[in-house]
Design a protein around this ligand. Structure first.
Ligand SMILES: [Fe+2]
Ligand SMILES: [Fe+2]
Length: 326
């Protein structure tokens, strides 16, 4: 769908001129001669961006801006003020009100198109970022709810995600790959939803049946998220986070490069958090002891290259004071 721009300008010549430029560039346009008329237009059709003059009869640009921002469903529409060159104080006021941008009349073709395009782009990025935050919030809530069933692991999911992110950043990964780590970390133990609480909370040693139950959680979790297209890229982390580099892990027993690299990272972060947390079967280790332990297991439990990245991260940050997830 083409983007529609609402032009609010009382001068018909200027209004037509703006329309022409925008339509030439492939935008649809709506027009109004003042704020009130623009509000009426918006009731019928929602524009993707508003371009509004400041001084106009009936309702001026500032009042119009205020009315637009009052409405929750109109709140996110990008708004650009048009002002005469002499209106310096007006420009200032427009900015204080929170308008995204202003253009000085007479508006130059390129300037207009650049401003409109960059505003729209920015708005799109914002919408994506908000959506992503909403996803993250919901998934974190789910993960934390599952975690609550297990009394030893409070905060585990978030710490594992932060450690994994720190390692991936050390490897110089781009945002897209970091996102896979982020969501994969949050979801890695989601399959524990199917492990009975009596098993999760058991204080004594587990019997064979209970171990078998625990060992299923990577597969169950991966199958759960594999059906959600948005989460599909994180499937490898969930499915293989308990595999070992030497092939002696569970549940598949695959090793080396067959384990997705993201899972090889999360495996280290997961172990690091497990051994620095209290468990019934053993007391927790200090961070430095856990660090030594991870290094000692390079090549058998963990991918030596990922251990090297972990080592560099640990030496730089101590895995403390990492940026929080939200
Ligand atoms: Fe796990
Ligand atoms: Fe875990």
């Amino acid at each position: 769908m083409e983007d529609t721009i609402l032009i609010v300008e009382d001068n018909p010549t200027l209004r037509e001129g703006l329309c022409e430029i925008l339509e030439f560039e492939g935008f649809n346009t709506l027009t109004a001669g003042h704020g009130q008329e623009a509000l009426d237009v918006m009731e019928k059709q929602l524009p993707s961006l508003i371009l509004a003059d400041i001084s106009m009869p009936v309702m001026d640009g500032f009042e119009f801006f205020g009315r637009v921002r009052e409405r929750e469903d109109w709140l996110r529409i990008p708004f650009i003020f048009l002002s005469a060159r002499s209106d310096k104080p007006d420009i200032l006021k427009g900015k204080q009100l929170g308008a995204e941008d202003y253009l000085v009349k007479p508006v130059d073709h390129d300037e207009l198109i650049t401003a409109v395009r960059s505003r729209m782009e920015r708005n799109e990025q914002l919408a994506i970022a908000q959506l992503r935050d909403a996803y993250q919030g919901s998934l974190l809530m789910l993960a934390n709810a599952i975690e609550l069933r297990d009394r030893y692991t409070r905060g585990h999911v978030e710490r594992v995600t932060m450690y994994s992110l720190a390692i991936a950043e050390e490897l110089g990964w781009d945002n897209e790959r970091l996102e896979i780590i982020r969501f994969g970390g949050i979801l890695h133990d989601v399959g524990k939803i199917h492990v009975r609480e009596t098993t999760l909370r058991k204080t004594g040693s587990l019997d064979d049946a209970e171990w078998a139950e625990i060992r299923q959680h990577p597969q169950i979790g991966a199958d759960m998220i594999a059906t959600v297209p948005y989460l599909k890229p994180m499937e490898g982390i969930v499915r293989y986070h308990h595999e070992r580099f030497d092939g002696k892990g569970y549940p598949y027993g695959i090793g080396g490069q067959d384990i997705p690299i993201e899972a090889r990272i999360v495996a280290i972060a997961d172990s690091f958090d497990a051994i620095t947390s209290n468990r019934t079967y053993r007391p927790k280790l200090t961070f430095d002891q856990a660090y030594e332990e991870i290094l000692r297991c390079a090549g058998d439990r963990y991918d030596p290259e990922m251990v090297e990245a972990f080592k560099q991260t640990y030496l730089k940050t101590g895995l403390l004071n990492l940026p929080p997830l939200s």
